[in-house]
Write a protein that binds this ligand. Structure first.
Ligand SMILES: [Zn+2]
Length: 377
């Protein structure tokens, strides 16, 4: 159940009660694709860097090790030793972006594994069954994620099918949650709004799926190559058509600036691979924008990545040392950068929540965005 604690303009401060504990929103979910955050980050680390929700990918776990293996091991929480909330995506996005030859039919999608090419079928029921086996806290509906530049006619047909699929997901989830051997019988289901950059298709779709009384609603199919202006315009139009008393999740977004803007438009769940991916390449976030630690100017820099940062990297190590590790291709260098970046995002969300609580979100957003544009001394 979601509690809307406070609104500041359109920014929402909420709390989602789950069987794995409460999620304070706005929240940034830390992406652990194959039940691990890339960069040798363990669940013990996640406790330390303020992670509230871990996100795992259904498609990846279905292909390897297999959701039956995870189920036999007691579900994802036991398997990866993480007792807080986990969100699993539906597998749809990976099916459409990663998998080899695929065929979309009314019943679902036929495609080939990107690992060994073997044929797989996934439809709404299969996606729900896999996510039920994984036993995540929140399951995502199986949808088609069409290219944002797909033509209008295709987009409308695709969105209509996604609505039919959503109804099948809901029925299947209810059935699975009632079975005696289901690990998490309180698994929640979020629906996904699609429609590319066509506002009218998106708004009609949002109105329709809102009637289904799901546990939360996501805006999908953004941050896939359209401009930031298009993304903000779509959010301006669509979010008011999603239920305010449910979590609103903007999938796959984004930069700290994107998050600040989306929160201002009523979004309260986020996920993105940027902090871990950038960290693995030595790109670290600070209040004064991103730094590339490979840069020669950090060779003798004895400051932490960011003064005052409470992350395990900044508590102990200098920029010069981390730069050396990165250049020597020591795994520790990568790990420290990923820990810092995830802490930075998690901490940003904490500041966002405090600013909404204090009724000063607009000022906070403007100050923080200005900071990102102002290089450090
Ligand atoms: Zn740090």
């Amino acid at each position: 159940m979601y509690e809307l604690l406070k609104k500041d303009g359109r920014a929402k401060r909420g709390r989602l009660h789950t069987v794995h504990g409460d999620i304070e929103t706005p929240v940034f979910m830390n992406v652990g694709t194959a039940a691990a955050i890339k960069g040798a980050v363990s669940t013990a680390d996640l406790q330390q860097i303020g992670t509230q929700v871990e996100l795992s990918n259904t498609y990846h776990l279905h292909v390897r090790p297999g959701d039956q293996v995870v189920k036999k091991m007691g579900g994802l929480h036991k398997f990866m030793v993480w007792d807080k909330p986990i969100l699993t995506d539906s597998g749809g996005f990976q099916v459409f972006s990663l998998a080899g030859l695929r065929k979309i039919k009314e019943e679902g999608v036929y495609f080939q594994s990107h690992i060994d090419g073997h044929k797989i079928f996934m439809g709404p029921e299969e996606s729900m069954q896999i996510q039920s086996n994984l036993a995540s806290t929140i399951a995502m509906a199986f949808d088609e994620c069409p290219s944002s530049v797909a033509d209008r006619d295709y987009m409308q047909k695709s969105v209509d099918r996604t609505t039919r699929w959503l109804k099948r997901c809901k029925a299947e989830m209810e059935r699975l949650n009632s079975l005696p051997d289901t690990i998490n019988k309180h698994q929640m289901l979020f629906g996904i709004n699609q429609g590319g950059i066509y506002e009218d298709i998106r708004v009609a779709h949002a109105d329709e799926i809102s009637k289904l009384d799901l546990d939360g609603y996501a805006v999908g199919g953004l941050a896939v190559g359209e401009s930031h202006e298009d993304m903000y315009r779509i959010l301006d139009e669509v979010v008011p058509h999603l239920p305010e008393n449910k979590p609103t999740y903007l999938m796959g977004v984004g930069t700290p600036a994107n998050i600040l803007e989306a929160v201002d438009r009523g979004v309260d769940f986020f996920d993105c691979v940027y902090p871990s991916r950038n960290g693995r390449h030595g790109h670290v976030y600070t209040k004064h924008g991103k730094l590339n630690l490979f840069n020669a100017r950090f060779e003798l820099d004895d400051r932490p990545i960011e003064e005052g940062c409470g992350c395990p990297a900044c508590q102990m190590y200098s920029r010069a040392y981390i730069r050396h590790l990165l250049k020597a291709k020591e795994m520790l260098g990568m790990r420290l950068c990923v820990l810092h970046n995830l802490y930075f995002y998690n901490h940003l969300m904490e500041e966002i929540r405090d600013a909404i609580d204090a009724g000063r979100y607009k000022e906070y957003k403007e100050e923080t965005l200005r900071g990102f544009e102002t290089p450090e001394d």
